[in-house]
Ligand binder design. Structure first.
Ligand SMILES: [Zn+2]
Length: 142
């Protein structure tokens, strides 16, 4: 259920962001998720489909970048990626390092949208190109 409420809040945030583009459809949403946010990617994708159904985000692709935990060590001042989250220790000097600098993120990195007018524009420019390829009104016979 963690992922369901998470998906719902992401969808809410994305919907707010694209409100400036009426009729736009969301193609892709990129997320940066820290290991410590305990998101199960498969589960999040499953919930994504449910939550986006019938919205401007329906059928959009969810791209998740998982960020490893990075701790700062007060003893040796090192910033290190930590693989094991049993006890957070500085891998450089072995001292306990509770200063987590990365790994708790849950942020929207980017949103790719398709604006409502985009399809019509594409058709219009194609028509224009076709017309200029056949000078002299040949396109009228097509
Ligand atoms: Zn250290």
């Amino acid at each position: 259920m963690h992922e369901l409420s998470m998906a719902a809040s992401i969808v809410e945030a994305v919907t707010e962001s694209v409100a400036a583009y009426p009729g736009a459809r969301v193609r892709q949403v990129r997320l940066r998720v820290g290991v410590l946010s305990a998101v199960v990617e498969d589960s999040l994708r499953f919930c994504w489909e449910i939550v986006t159904e019938g919205s401007a985000l329906a059928g959009s692709e969810l791209v998740v970048t998982v960020l490893p935990v990075v701790v700062h060590c007060a003893s040796c001042n090192a910033l290190s990626e930590v693989e094991y989250f049993g006890g957070l220790r500085c891998p450089r000097c072995g001292e306990p390092a509770g200063d987590v600098r990365q790994g708790r993120e849950l942020e929207i990195e980017s949103i790719e949208i398709e604006e409502a007018g985009e399809m019509e524009d594409a058709v219009a420019s194609q028509t224009h190109r076709a017309g200029s390829r056949f000078p002299g009104g040949i396109e009228e016979r097509v």
